[in-house]
Design a binder for this molecule. Structure first.
Ligand code: COA
Length: 436
């Protein structure tokens, strides 16, 4: 009486049915001397979102004890069908999180065998649940689990396989409480930067789904693998830049998926809040390069359209460029200014050229046109260690600039970030110091 069952493209199993339930095996027991009290209680596990399950799937109701290779507790059958099986595996998650120092994101990928020794239980039945870890390495954890009721085994899971993944320590709090914590680093001048912090495609995909939301996730998947991550870093930085303005206004919980990032036909980005949330609109600009995404957002007066010109930001890696690039990018006046700033030192010249270029790009974005292949239209007129003045089409922009480095766990890279809040005289604030 064997049946093959398939959820096409997702899962398959072999099901064996019989005329009656089999006699249950012995209930597993453990010598209390080999156990210690749990460090993470059942309620805390969900409240602290160390398990991401929502209320309907929160079936672990007590954690009794931890052993070197086992964990015991109570699992209370929830109402949704199938949730009980998930809950039995959640207890293994508790063991993993509390006993292992890293790779604590676990996703179930297979079950060796599940045997039932009685009919499906009513919701609310409290089962004693014991999970025994059979083997564990960096890649996966294999465990067996028993669910018993009144001293009799009701179900036994053998060979439940969890694949283990890593999550970046810095991203963890934002992964657990995305409505309150940014994935990006807020900068004192008011812009945001986000770095690549995913060690594998699975955790990056989870972040992409959670931060981007369904529609943008589909767009993410349509991007070539090479540009996908940068595209996402730009969106993370932009959503956080907007959330930072809204949090400053006094809003509290705002999930990243409540904000939608899109591009006008000319490429210029926009961010909109979920209708009905009463979130003000912002003018935004974003940029991405290698392992970094940066963004800037400025609140817009209620009901007014996107400002043109508006805000602009760019990030550029400090690298060498062929001489032809200097000729293409700079006017004679800018070349002279660059020479006066850099002298004969190649490294200083490289740095200043990158600053010039990033400032032009930032202004191109503020103008809503981009450089459009005509970088010499955007002219750097003055330069200090914190501000460049760029002119275009009769408008002058004060552009703040600063260097940032990749964090230590990424390839060594140094970037220039350049940003502007808009043309002078409005806003007439020093870009390196404050924001309108
Ligand atoms: C497209 C352009 C805005 C910047 O592109 P880039 O430097 O390759 O990429 P960045 O990461 O700095 O910026 C890209 C972001 O700019 C934004 N952007 C695109 N077009 C824009 C426009 N017209 N106005 C404002 N912002 C724009 C988008 O948000 C885009 O990111 P997204 O597509 O993920 O949303 C622009 O400067 C341009 O015209 N580039 C051509 C560059 C050029 O002249 N090259 C010569 C070779 S040396």
């Amino acid at each position: 009486n064997l049946y093959s069952v398939a959820f096409a493209g997702y899962a398959r199993a072999t099901i064996e049915v019989g005329p009656a339930y089999l006699a249950p095996p012995e209930v597993w027991t453990h010598d209390p001397a080999t156990e210690r009290p749990p460090t993470l209680g059942a309620a805390e596990m969900y409240a602290e979102r160390l398990m991401f399950h929502g209320p309907q799937f929160q079936g672990v109701t007590e954690v009794h004890a931890l052993g070197d290779m086992h964990v015991r507790g109570i699992v209370t059958a929830p109402v949704p069908p199938g949730a009980l099986l998930d809950n039995a595996l959640q207890l293994i998650g508790n063991w993993l999180i509390t006993t292992q120092p890293f790779r604590t994101v676990a996703l179930p990928v297979g079950l060796g065998r599940v045997r039932f020794f009685g009919p499906p239980p009513p919701a609310g039945r409290a089962f004693v649940c014991v999970a025994r870890v059979r083997s564990i390495d960096d890649g996966k954890l294999v465990a067996d689990t028993q669910l018993s009721y009144q001293g009799r085994v009701w179900a036994q899971i053998e060979g439940a396989v969890d694949r283990r993944f890593d999550s970046h320590p810095q991203a963890r709090v934002a992964e657990r409480f995305p409505e309150r914590y940014p994935m990006s680093h807020f900068q004192p001048e008011g812009w945001t930067m986000a770095f690549d912090c995913w060690t594998d495609l699975v955790t990056r995909g989870m972040a992409a789904r959670g931060i981007l939301g369904g529609a943008a996730y589909a767009e993410y998947e349509r991007h070539p693998a090479k540009t996908r991550k940068q595209w996402m870093l730009g969106r993370i930085a932009a959503k956080d830049a907007v959330r930072s303005r809204l949090w400053e206004q006094g809003h509290t919980d705002i999930y990243p998926i409540e904000l939608t990032v899109g591009n006008d036909p000319d490429g210029r980005p926009w961010v909109r809040g979920r209708p009905g949330r009463g979130l003000d609109d912002c003018d935004v600009s974003l940029a991405h390069c290698a392992e970094i995404g940066v963004a800037i957002a400025r609140l817009r007066p209620a009901g007014s359209p996107a400002a043109t010109p508006g805000v602009g930001i760019d990030v550029a890696e400090i690298t060498d460029h062929p001489d032809s690039t200097f000729g293409f990018a700079l006017t004679d006046g800018e070349a002279a200014l660059l020479a006066s700033l850099a002298g004969g030192d190649a490294a200083t010249r490289r740095l200043w050229f990158t600053r010039f270029w990033a400032a032009k790009e930032a202004v191109g974005k503020a103008e809503g046109t981009g450089l459009d292949g005509k970088p010499r239209r955007f002219q750097v007129r003055e330069a200090t260690d914190s501000v460049l003045t760029v002119e275009v089409a009769g408008r002058a922009y004060r552009v703040g600039h600063r260097e940032v480095d990749n964090p230590e766990d990424l390839p060594t890279r140094r970037y220039v970030v350049a940003w502007t809040w808009g043309p002078e005289p409005d806003p007439a604030t020093p870009p390196g110091v404050s924001r309108p």
